[in-house]
Design a protein around this ligand. Structure first.
Ligand SMILES: [Zn+2]
Length: 137
């Protein structure tokens, strides 16, 4: 059984070539950005030269919090609501990204290794609406 899926917000991530978020990188100093930055913010950078880049792969949980209440409208969620973990992830590619974890709270701890995945946030009309998330590895 394959279910149709569609991004919650288009243009922020891809599954082609593996799960990756769409950001950019400064060619001069190699600083990665997600979401995209219009200019490099590195104070030591000599020349801001931005180039589109996709970021995926592994990282570690720097910190996390538990959302134990449903998100306010217009955000949607599968009912009944289940508390979920929001992590701040230090990626091997240099990014620090916020994202939901697909794993249950009992398994999550600071310092645990995770990888970026694309997973459903909610379902509607037999369709899964997806976003980037993180999964323990
Ligand atoms: Zn730079």
């Amino acid at each position: 059984m394959s279910q149709q899926s569609s991004p919650c917000v288009p243009g922020l991530f891809t599954e082609e070539g593996g799960a990756r978020v769409l950001g950019n990188r400064c060619v001069t100093c190699n600083t990665p950005y997600f979401p995209k930055a219009s200019a490099c913010h590195n104070p030591r950078c000599t020349e801001s030269k931005m180039e589109d880049a996709a970021f995926g792969g592994k990282g570690v949980i720097w910190s996390y919090s538990v959302a134990d209440f449903p998100p306010p409208p217009p955000h949607k969620f599968d009912k009944p609501f289940k508390p979920y973990v929001i992590g701040v992830i230090d990626m091997e590619n240099g990014l620090r990204i916020v994202g939901q974890l697909v794993d249950p709270l009992e398994k999550v701890q600071v310092g645990a290794k995770v990888e970026l995945v694309i997973a459903p946030v909610y379902h509607e009309d037999d369709k899964a609406y997806t976003s980037w998330k993180f999964k323990l590895v």
